[in-house]
Design a protein around this ligand. Sequence first.
Ligand code: DGY
Length: 323
Amino acid sequence: MSKPKILVARAIFPEIISRLEQHFEVETNQSDAIWSKAELADKLKDKDGAFTTGGDRIDVEVLAACPRLKICANMAVGYNNFDLDAMTAAGVLATNAPDVLTETTADFGFALLMATARRVTESEHFLRAGKWNKWSFDMFAGSDIHGSTLGVLGMGRIGQGIAKRGAHGFGMKVIYHNRSRLDAAMEVECKASYVSKEELLRTADHVVLVLPYSPASHHTIGAAELAMMKPTATLVNIARGGIVDDAALAKALRDKTIAAAGLDVFEGEPKVHPDLLTVPNVVLTPHIASATVPTRMAMANLAVDNLIGFFKDGKPLTPLNPA
Ligand code: DGY
């Protein structure tokens, strides 16, 4: 019997390709070029399955061009690159890669929070530019993490990881807002209190965004929300671009409506709003929150497990839709 045909839409670890080749006929995007939607559809038109990353858009147009396609396995916990309704209607199963990246991503959320609040990159640039000629009492004075109030917006697994690090590691008072409230036991474990979004924005010293992107969460943080925050506050986004209005954020940072921001994700990435590149009080990283070798391997292996499970007995490990 011939093997199912799989497209790997981006370059990936050779070990992962070897594993896939044991089960499938595999075509890989060796050059790692970003394919246009038309190119992706063309590559997928004779494939039974796809190994995708968060940048590979699967929507009505792509699905219409790919009648053989039965499954797309995303190597990401986020799946806003999938039009899930369209995939379900077309009978295409979608899977994501949850859990395996939770702790690594929460670690990075904290790294970004600390770099932002303590002005790590701004001060390093100053030093590298040869501008440091004396110690001074207020040079790069930032804000404290320990003992401050941490506001977590979006309290899924990664949000809970951020909350636990803040409460248990740094003695922070943790408040959170989420679509639904955690059960009482988890609130105790995270030492976190549920508040409204407005209260969180008004009272937190540090706000970390960990909510999924959907049309409903588009610009959750815009000019009005930034105006509610303390002028000493920091904002960290490790969730998705589009949750923050980047133009409004750049203005708030320039006007010092808030003190600083740390961003790992951007509207329209890999493009970054030019105004963000000109303000000093923002730490910018290129969507690397889950980027450790063991975690990226685990994410890729979970995507492979989903493909194997689906083609073996119709049972992927982490399905997103009933297709
Ligand atoms: C995810 O898994 O959603 C991360 O953003 C990595 O792409």
